[in-house]
Design a protein around this ligand. Structure first.
Ligand code: GAL
Length: 337
């Protein structure tokens, strides 16, 4: 075979290899028993060759965090509740619901840690608590470690309180009782340091807080990002040494436009880059493809942005949007149509 033909063959083989994996990137819909997948505002974690999809279980008969398993991110098998709301209620002695669970693997302790937003029913999201639970088994059951506010008695490390007045006042107000934490995301850096990203200060600000080495607590080291911009649903990831954050606006279950931030360090200066969405349809940009982000995960070298297409009339019927994250010509990550 000539060198030219050999190169063409290699190219064809490369495309044959990559096309099926891209084609497989479709959001989950039904599990292997034809039931709607109920795993909202969660994530996907890979462990020992298997993928685990988890999220808010919003079906009538179960509540808490559900988990599904797959070897190919197309066929999902329901593995039950990883976290049962009854256990959260028992632990916190209250009547709670949980949102936006995130599971991370701790290499050092060889166990799994779940972080989630905790609210008291019918209290209008005033509690703004974060829950932590831990399990030796990825599928759970996860045992409760704590339910609390964040960064109690700690000041942010990024200097004095600069930014919007109202947000600053709330930060000061909550210094002694602990800062609010509503929508959350998690991020594990290459040096295995863990971070919790929270919508805080009555949704005015995003806080990035460092976790301790077992990922079940916070060290008190945190920064405030963009005080007063009112953003939530934080999704953090790293590409080629740069850190990125995608947030949504704060319009409840109604979709809005996402914002992309970039920084050279987790505790660095986060720069606002505008919308990450690339689409011919301006409506996609205004509504983030009619969805709100929840996580980013890697599948066969491809980065996938997971988002929730909330059904405001019936949240249990909400569906999912999965889109590819790719670098544009200037090297910035974009979410493509
Ligand atoms: C959304 C948030 C959801 C949920 C909802 C309640 O903006 O991202 O997780 O808290 O508000 O209105």
């Amino acid at each position: 075979m000539s060198l030219f033909r050999y190169k063409v063959l290699l190219l064809v083989l490369f495309f044959l290899r990559s096309i099926p994996s891209i084609a497989l990137v479709k959001p989950p819909e039904f599990d292997d028993s034809k039931k709607y997948i109920s795993a909202h505002a969660g994530g996907v974690i890979k462990f020992k060759g298997h993928y685990f999809l988890y999220g808010e279980n919003r079906s009538d008969h179960e509540q808490g965090v559900s988990i599904y398993q797959s070897s190919n991110i197309s066929n999902w098998k329901y593995k039950g509740l990883a976290l049962d709301i009854n256990d959260v209620n028992k632990f916190g002695k209250g009547d709670y619901f949980v949102e936006r669970p995130k599971i991370i693997y701790n290499k050092k302790y060889d166990d799994f840690v779940m972080w989630f937003h905790v609210e008291e029913k019918n209290q209008g999201y005033k509690a703004a608590l974060v829950g932590v639970a831990r399990s030796k088994n990825i599928l759970g059951p996860y045992s409760l470690v704590s339910i609390s506010r964040i960064n109690k008695l700690f000041r942010p490390i990024n200097g004095n309180l600069v930014g919007e007045r109202k947000a600053n006042l709330i930060n000061r107000r909550d210094f002694a009782s602990g800062q609010m934490s509503r929508d959350i995301g998690v991020f594990i850096d290459d040096d295995d340091k863990g971070y919790l990203i929270s919508t805080t200060e009555d949704n005015a600000t995003i806080a990035i807080s460092q976790m301790g080495d077992d990922y079940t607590s916070l060290t008190g080291k945190y920064i405030r990002v963009q005080p007063g911009r009112y953003e939530e649903a934080p999704v953090m990831f790293k590409i080629q040494g740069k850190y990125y954050l995608i947030t949504s606006g704060t319009t409840g279950w109604k979709p809005n436009g996402a914002t992309l931030y970039e920084s050279n360090k987790v505790f660095g200066a986060w720069k606002r880059l505008g919308s990450p969405i690339i689409s011919k349809d301006p409506h996609d940009i205004k509504t983030t493809f009619h969805s709100q982000g929840s996580n980013v995960f890697k599948y066969n070298g491809i980065l996938i942005f997971m988002a929730d297409n909330w059904n405001t009339n019936n949240l249990a019927k909400s569906r999912y949007i999965w889109k590819l994250v790719q670098l544009d010509s200037s090297g910035k990550p974009r979410i493509y149509e």
